[in-house]
Write a protein that binds this ligand. Sequence first.
Ligand code: ATP
Length: 237
Amino acid sequence: MSMLLEVKELSASYGASRVLQGISFGVEEGSITVLLGANGAGKTTTLRALTGMVRTAGSIRLRGKELCGLNTESIAQLGVAHVPDGRGTFLGLTVEENLQLGAYSRKDKPGVTKDIAQVYELFPRLGERRGQQAGTLSGGEQQMLAISRALMMKPTLLLLDEPSFGIAPLIVKEIFELLKQINREQKVSILLVEQNAAMTLAMSNYAYLLEIGRIVISGPSREIRENEAIRKSYLGS
Ligand code: ATP
């Protein structure tokens, strides 16, 4: 398997305060990769760095192309879709309007209509609520909408910031199952950041653990999950 995303010595700062201390990691083509870490470890900042939203140094290569220094719009056009924390849906717009906005840069109208139909097939609850304002949806449905809106860009890499945050465990399980299906069927590679180690290690291929701006552990998710010492020392379980 080849690498889709290769990150080397990435640092990121807010003003004078450096939050990422030169981290290196990768996302294999076709994989689900997870970046785990506690509150304040730098997970959100890592995704912001990948999408050109904070000041960064180092190298971020997508299929060999350097992204460091590009603006957010150009990075999105190269196929990187970002579902931020807080989800980034437009609460005053309907479900369908949000999906159409996700496809704003696409010229193939029939393709967009087909993809919206595909979203409704994957997430029937969004189909039932297509004319409803996004603000009236439950937290889980809003997360599904945010993911769907990102998929409307037809990305090669989907970045997700804590999709389980504030959502009931059963719905999280459903969302993670759907992410696996999207990964498999639509050939979208996924990088997600999470605090929820147990569930994400079970659904991902490869994992990195971030502690205060540094990667301290990495390996196949299954190995990390089965390693009691790592679990006890780093994951508190
Ligand atoms: P959380 O789960 O709480 O979002 P996280 O792992 O995503 O945690 P980040 O949000 O990336 O962590 O934050 C990492 C560090 O950067 C924290 O110390 C935080 O206080 C700091 N930080 C985050 N955003 C800003 C900002 N806009 N300006 C200054 N410092 C920031």
